[in-house]
Design a protein around this ligand. Structure first.
Ligand code: ADP
Ligand code: MG
Length: 397
């Protein structure tokens, strides 16, 4: 007899891009260290961060965590995407908004700087047009207004390596660098796919980005994954049966987006019962994998260059989940040294991982299945599932 709850509450899981989770799994040490910077202004090597990872690995959610932590320490937060018009949006919209959030005493102090016009109540009215808008001056003034109590966190999401975007980002970073050299307390965090962040570092004229701290987002470990499932359900008033939890962890493979999808489907299967059962987890299994392929894996695959696609396609021949480098070279019709270059890039960006000497394996779960399913669609063959030997699908009725 399954016990029922009086009412069913909405799912607390948050599948979707840029939807920060209720329970943020993993990355505890980094968060603790960065939160300490917000409190102490002792930056150490944390004045610039590069957060890299594939889509759905939790980069935007991490930025949201940092923003919350910074705000609770009284910091000013400027957050934007690395798209065209970044500089104007920050100087014309984000900064005025932040100024109006400051305490009146701080705004009074800002008025004397003369960059901005204020109303009689010390609300921001406009920028003084005779002063050329320079982000560096704005940042220095804002930092001084906080008079050593707090700093400014700038987060730039969706860094991508289009030429225009990089040029604009470089200009932006240069302004930040100038402000820092004039003593402004600024932490800047960039988030994007690894190869794009590498381009940013290469293109940059300022040296501080090169010294950035790298945070690489891959998968959570099994313990962290289990914690996210259990704790999310618990906060919303339900428990998860032991066996159901094990299955959900195996399905999700530590991939943040997939954790939320699997949890969400499991929750919705019987929202009125007190605990999530293995039946719920089984229903979630099938649905979540289909959904993650459509929403995440297909897009992550499309992020690859043609040559990198050739590499992962060659890997997908091996339904066991691991591939021999020399087989990949043969299948790609190329030489070992080229294959090593692709391999390195794919290792760096988090698609594959070494798996014993001379072997690689997919580190993005279900990418191999996705590639095989596309190939099967084209050839009309059945979807091959044989590399699931360690994760047997639950029986269907
Ligand atoms: N640390 C985490 N623990 C649990 N779920 C997470 C975590 N980070 C992100 N998520 C979930 O994963 C999904 C993708 O997160 P997002 O931050 O948009 O990733 P990215 O920006 O890397 O594409 C969202 O559904 C989010 O709720
Ligand atoms: Mg994102």
């Amino acid at each position: 007899m399954v016990s029922q709850r009086e009412t069913s509450s909405p799912s607390p899981f948050t599948p979707g891009y840029s939807k920060p989770p209720l329970v943020f799994g993993g990355h505890e040490d980094e968060l603790e260290e960065l939160t300490a910077v917000f409190r102490t202004l002792d930056f150490g090597e944390n004045d610039s961060l590069l957060i890299s990872g594939l889509r759905g690995s939790g980069k935007t959610s991490m930025l949201a965590r940092l923003q919350d932590a910074a705000r609770s320490s009284g910091w000013i937060v400027l957050s934007d995407d690395a798209s065209k018009g970044l500089m104007d949006r920050v100087t014309e919209t984000s900064i005025p908004t932040e100024i109006n959030r400051l305490a009146e005493a701080d705004r009074v102090r800002l008025k004397s700087v003369g960059i901005w016009k204020f109303s009689a109540e010390f609300d921001f009215v406009d920028r003084n047009r005779e002063i050329r808008p320079l982000l560096r001056n704005d940042l220095v003034a804002l930092s001084e207004a906080l008079s050593g109590r707090a700093g400014i966190l700038i987060t730039i999401d969706e860094v991508s390596s289009g030429k225009v975007r990089l040029r604009e980002l470089s200009r932006f970073a240069l302004e930040v660098a100038h402000a820092k050299s004039e003593g402004a307390n600024i932490m800047i965090a960039f988030a994007g796919i690894k190869v794009d962040l590498d381009e940013l570092v290469k293109n940059e004229h300022t040296t501080f980005i090169r010294r950035s701290r790298d945070l690489t987002f891959r998968r959570l470990n099994p313990k962290e994954t289990a914690h996210v499932f259990e704790e999310t359900a618990r906060i919303a008033g339900r428990s998860i049966d032991r066996e159901a939890l094990d299955l959900l962890v195996r399905v999700a493979q530590g991939y943040p987006y997939l954790i939320q999808l699997a949890g969400d489907y499991a929750w919705r299967n019987t929202p009125e019962s007190e605990s999530i059962s293995v039946d719920d987890a089984q229903v979630a299994h099938d649905k979540a994998i289909k959904s993650v392929q459509r929403r995440v894996i297909s897009r992550v695959y499309e992020d690859l260059s043609e040559r990198d696609k050739d590499f992962v396609n060659a890997m997908a021949h091996d339904v066991t989940g691991r591939s021999k480098m020399s087989d990949i070279a043969t299948r790609m019709g190329t030489y070992g040294q080229y294959v090593q270059i692709y391999k390195k890039r794919l290792l760096d960006s988090g698609y594959v991982q070494p798996d014993g000497r001379g072997y690689v394996a997919f580190s993005l779960p279900y990418l191999g299945d996705y590639i095989r399913s596309m190939a099967a669609d084209e050839s009309g063959n059945e979807f091959q599932t044989s590399d699931w030997s360690e994760f047997p699908p639950p029986p269907h009725d």
